[in-house]
Design a protein around this ligand. Structure first.
Ligand code: 7PJ
Length: 309
């Protein structure tokens, strides 16, 4: 395998040493889907590291450079303690424009294959398209993370056939329109009812109960007041009986709460993630893995559990 590989800090472009780069990452005989199921069946709060493979200012070096940078970033998050890496090829940020399944596959498949070849870490595919779900799971992905909660034609049957865990997220509207005028009579009741119904549909189609995760969809067709209320009353979702995933990392609601204090969303994001864990979230979708792991150690200690590092 050679010596330690150089890593690149994606925010500065500077090389970063990976302290434990000589630790083997692959574990022969480990099935990442089974290890993910075992972790989900436990009690720990897990950290999902975000890996965006949408074209950006770094992609001028071509497809291979982009793949290698993405792999480097993923492995850095694994070294920092990420329990799962979420790979997304289509932006779902407010106002984002849709892309074709082919383009999405072209972006994500090389990265999934590279990561699967370099690590036994469970991999999640952030997509709403059945064709992409299929290609990604065939390439080694172990969880389907769908911000549209498998509402696309054929998505539920595809997910059941692929037989991996699924995260069902609530969104009001579409990424293009969702932030124009979010309205709810009772946001917690409506989100809980929607997710419970999507879970029922999945069960009816043959999905294993243990393979379903739910997510309130922080920032997806919600005002800051809606988002904070969902976080404050997260127990209403936890009580549905499925592991709850929460993604607050660097979102505009965090920035809005910080106001003019800072442009930097790190501490705000980590604090919000810690609050979500305290309220029962079992999976935190984050950009800043090392810092979130530290915050989680404090939440675990607060809850009377041995902090793990
Ligand atoms: C989420 C997501 C989230 C799940 C994004 C961003 C927007 N998947 N994908 N939950 N957010 N499950 O990271 O700002 O909150 S993309």
């Amino acid at each position: 395998m050679g010596g330690p590989r150089a890593s690149i800090d994606l925010s500065t472009g500077a090389p970063v040493a990976r302290p434990d780069a000589s630790v083997p990452r692959t574990a022969p005989g480990v099935n990442p889907t089974q290890s993910l199921r075992a972790r989900l069946a436990g009690h720990d709060t897990l950290v999902m590291g975000i890996l965006n493979v949408t074209p950006d200012s770094f992609s001028d070096g071509g497809a291979f450079v982009q793949r290698d940078r993405a792999l480097d970033h993923a492995l850095r998050m694994v070294d920092e303690g990420a329990d799962i890496i979420d790979i997304g090829g289509e932006s779902t940020r407010p106002g984002a424009v849709a892309i074709s399944a082919e383009e999405e596959l072209d972006r994500v498949i090389p990265v999934i294959e590279a990561l699967r070849g370099a690590s036994a870490v469970p991999v999640s595919i952030d997509t709403s398209k059945p064709q992409v779900m299929r290609g990604a799971v065939q390439a080694g992905a172990n969880l389907i993370n769908d911000v549209a909660a498998l509402q696309a034609d054929g998505a539920v049957s595809t997910a059941v056939e692929l037989g991996v865990p699924v995260c069902l997220m609530h969104m009001q509207g579409t990424p293009r329109t969702m932030q124009s005028a979010p309205r709810y009579a009772d946001v917690v009741a409506e989100v809980a009812e929607f997710l419970a119904e999507r879970a029922r549909d999945c069960l009816a189609a043959g999905m294993r109960q243990a393979d379903i995760l739910l997510d309130p969809g922080f920032g997806f067709g919600k005002t800051p007041a809606h988002n904070w209320r969902l976080l404050r009353e997260l127990r209403a979702l936890v009580d549905l009986g499925y592991p709850v995933l929460v993604g607050v990392s660097r979102k505009s609601t965090v920035a809005a709460a910080l106001g003019t204090r800072t442009e930097d969303r790190l501490i705000g994001s980590v604090t919000a993630a810690a609050l979500a864990a305290h309220e029962g979230a079992r999976l935190l979708r984050v950009h800043d893995v090392a810092q979130t792991k530290q915050a989680l150690a404090i939440v675990e200690a607060f809850n009377g559990r041995q902090p793990r590092v």
